[in-house]
Design a protein around this ligand. Structure first.
Ligand code: GLN
Length: 284
């Protein structure tokens, strides 16, 4: 028999030895999940004993994490902005960096405004659903090339009661979408240079979908295609915001300016790194 505090300590040491970035936090998350306890209970009732079943479950979870499976894949979900999302290995795990896009967009689209939003490469629905959850009169379309990702997005839309305001369609970026159709376009396309992928953490390079990461030789392939296409599908006066890698601001700004965008600006994430390029389609 082991106690909550002993189990936490042992799990932390195992994860530390495996090179996990935040072993104490991840050990606690696994313990919460395995023993069905809250963070507070671990602290206020540290000598509570685990059942044999809970102990076995914890061992299994810790072994997976020690193999560098992301926490989000092990627990099957991840919080983003104000929503909780189901996550599988078929989608990019929602990242706090991406909240920069949501924050920026919400500033330009007031709460009661009716508008249409397109999310290109919607994945689990991260940005699109976070925006729709905050803007009750908005409607959204999410497009992804991966049917598996769309299944995750559909589950998330249903769980959040947003399925009546969102359409999720399989497609190759903007192919088949009409001109001047949307008030807002967002995208978090793959933007890692192919050669850089091998340098990323095992959680990312071994467990997240390449399709959502690989941006070609210089990481910019998706933006080269998307910049003119986003300007095409936006209504006059419509806005766009795309996530970028922190070294890509100048290149991505140039692509959107060349495509005719106006008011092109770069915005930083909470780590003060360039993270979003945004702009407007001229209204005439
Ligand atoms: N921000 C992600 C990472 O660094 C990449 C996301 C993307 O390519 N869109 O792992």
């Amino acid at each position: 028999m082991t106690t909550l505090v002993k189990a936490w300590t042992a799990a932390r040491e195992t994860l530390k030895a495996a090179g996990v970035d935040q072993p104490a936090i991840d050990a606690r998350l696994m313990l919460e999940f395995a023993a069905d306890v809250s963070r507070t209970e671990i602290v206020t009732d540290p000598y509570r004993e685990l059942t044999a079943e809970q102990e076995a479950k914890l061992d299994g979870l810790i072994a997976r994490r020690a193999r560098r499976e992301p926490v989000s894949h092990i627990v099957g979900r991840k919080g983003f902005w104000k929503i909780m999302l189901s996550v599988t290995p078929d989608v990019l795990t929602p990242r706090a960096d991406t909240e920069t896009v949501v924050e920026l967009v919400l500033r330009d689209f007031p709460e009661q405004m009716a508008f249409s939003v397109l999310d290109l490469g919607v994945g689990s629905g991260t940005m699109l659903l976070a925006i729709l959850a905050e803007r009750p009169a908005a409607k959204g379309l999410g497009v992804d090339v991966s049917e598996e990702a769309l299944a995750v997005a559909r589950e998330n839309a249903a769980n959040l009661d947003l399925d009546n305001r969102v359409a999720l369609l399989r497609g190759d970026w903007t192919f088949g979408l009409g001109d001047a159709s949307f008030d807002l376009v967002v995208s978090n396309p793959p933007y890692i240079a192919t050669d850089e992928i091998e340098t990323l953490d095992p959680e990312v390079k071994d467990h997240e979908p390449r399709l959502a990461l690989d941006g070609g030789a210089d990481g910019l392939d998706a933006y080269r295609f998307l910049a003119p296409e986003i300007l095409r599908v936006l209504k006059p006066g419509g806005r766009f915001a795309v996530e970028i890698g922190h070294t890509q601001a100048a290149a991505v700004e140039a692509l959107f300016k060349a495509a005719g965008a106006e008011g092109v600006t770069t915005h930083q994430d909470l780590g003060l790194r360039d993270r979003v390029v945004a702009g407007v389609k001229a209204s005439f």
